[in-house]
Design a protein around this ligand. Structure first.
Ligand code: IDP
Ligand code: MG
Length: 141
């Protein structure tokens, strides 16, 4: 499936009251929201979600940050959703993100970078499954 991706409005962006502004970017970029919820991850959930990064030096800090407050998890649909959402959010490091991207406009630093985006169709599917059951996704009519 190449038309769905997984996004997070991370705790920094929720705390900084940017949720609505980021929703607006999602919608104006042409994504359909197939599911969304506000939740606070436990640190062990964050460790599970970011398991691929467990050997990286920032893993502890990252999982602490991701469980530090509420975040919004979303399933987003659009043609080429994974690539399109990565373009919309910009580079991991906001200093390298292009003008007009979400991270350029809302990230604080390389860690507290406002949003998450899946990096492949395979991971999008896994990540959606981590937070949503099939029945929570809006059906396409
Ligand atoms: P991505 O979110 O752009 O896909 P990844 O390399 O998959 O970037 O890293 C996952 C998350 O880990 C980043 O979004 C960011 O929050 C955090 N991160 C990545 N690199 C660093 C770093 O060098 N220092 C601190 N945190 C980092
Ligand atoms: Mg990544």
């Amino acid at each position: 499936m190449n038309n769905i991706t997984f996004a997070i409005i991370k705790p920094d962006a929720v705390k900084n009251r940017n949720t609505g502004k980021i929703y607006d970017r999602i919608i104006s970029a042409g994504f359909e929201i197939k599911s969304a919820k506000l939740l606070r991850m436990t640190q062990s959930q964050a460790e599970g979600f970011y398991a691929v990064h467990k050997e990286r030096p920032f893993f502890g800090e990252l999982t602490e940050f991701m469980s530090s407050g509420p975040c919004m998890v979303l399933a987003l649909q659009k043609e080429n959703a994974v690539e399109e959402w990565r373009k919309t959010i910009g580079a991991t490091n906001p200093e390298e993100a292009e003008n007009g991207t979400i991270r350029k406009d809302f990230a604080t630093n390389i860690q507290e970078n406002a949003v998450h985006g899946s990096d492949s169709d395979e991971n999008a599917k896994k990540e959606i499954g981590f937070f949503f059951s099939d029945s929570e996704l809006i059906a396409n009519n």
